[in-house]
Design a protein around this ligand. Structure first.
Ligand code: ZN
Length: 61
């Protein structure tokens, strides 16, 4: 399982999401950026920033 925590990109934001596919996480994260952080224009480097912060979540956690 893969995990993205918005707080790693936007300090203080508690939103996070989990998915099997990075593409699915990016899709949800972009939606969250639009709705919660008012990012109406999603730039390429935003996608890169999200991808760079997706981490593996150990199943034992
Ligand atoms: Zn957020």
């Amino acid at each position: 399982m893969r995990l993205f925590e918005c707080g790693s990109l936007v300090p203080g934001c508690p939103w996070h999401t989990r998915a099997d596919e990075d593409a699915e996480i990016v899709r949800r994260a972009v939606e969250h950026m639009r709705e919660t952080h008012g990012e109406t224009v999603i730039r390429e480097n935003m996608i890169e920033n999200i991808k760079a912060r997706i981490v593996d979540e150990t199943e034992a956690a």
